[in-house]
Design a binder for this molecule. Sequence first.
Ligand code: FME
Ligand code: ZN
Ligand code: ZN
Length: 343
Amino acid sequence: MTSKGPEEEHPSVTLFRQYLRIRTVQPKPDYGAAVAFLEERARQLGLSCQKVEVAPGYVVTVLTWPGTNPTLSSILLNSHTDVVPVFKEYWSHDPFEAFKDSEGYIYARGAQDMKCISIQYLEAVRRLKVEGHQFPRTIHMTFVPDEEVGGHQGMELFVQRPEFQVLRAGFALDEGLANPTDAFTVFYSERSPWWVRITSTGRPGHGSRFIEDTAAEKLAFEEQLQSWCQAAGEGVTFEFGQKWTQPQVTPTDDSNPWWAAFSGVCKDLNLTLEPEICPAATDSRYLRAVGVPALGFSPMNRTPVLLHDHDERLHEAVFLRGVDIYTHLLPALASVPALPSES
Ligand SMILES: CSCC[C@H](NC=O)C(=O)O
Ligand SMILES: [Zn+2]
Ligand SMILES: [Zn+2]
């Protein structure tokens, strides 16, 4: 796809670039500006907009497109609003300018992780609404803060709130990763993060030894740490910065009607899926832990994995193809017939 001049730019791309310019960058994200942007989108789309302040200054914004059958559970489309910091000196362009080069690559922090997805959800819903569609299941879009620092002031609190219960989420989509090949990655589970802080009050100097990443999977790992600290002598302690112990798997076979709908659409569109366990933690873990099956999916094929990297970028054609893909996925997901538990 050749690049178009600004006057010819696809409006979905223009909206994406506007959202990328909002500085929701850790450690001091401008969440107020993101919420205002989303409220305006809700107004434009004729959707209700609910703001749930899960902690002071931490708002989860929920845009809702009601379905025709309120007895059915809903589809939850999740994205986080925060982005990771930048080392500006290593970027070819200002990471908050959303510069588009002559080939159509959009450079910005959040271009892959994951402001693209937020706008793709919104633009897919807009298209479907304009075409006059309505589906049995309600579609909620949740825009959550704090994911990049663990989600403790975001999704972790939100799933415990009455406002979350009221959504009656039956299935969720959340972030995945770009895939440099022709295929699309989809995550059905995650590694469980165990972040360990070891404190040694012994002799000064560099007393640390980095832990092999696979060791955290061993059931006896905590005891091993305990014994290492004891063996090291008085005044050596450890604490967990994160310790996730509720790994859940979303089934990827046709016994799961959500998977059947999701993978069926991908098949119809001739998209090759690569189902994997996510090598990192996302807000999906909080959703799965409260019983909501979730898939991590960022529709970016033929795209190098550049999240958190310098020069994070996404081609506008890949972005627009993602809007198309959600435009096909949402009708199928929001039309999944009543589950046995719903009848
Ligand atoms: C699907 S990989 C991305 C997951 C990751 N979560 C926090 O590090 C993030 O950067 O948002
Ligand atoms: Zn992310
Ligand atoms: Zn990230």
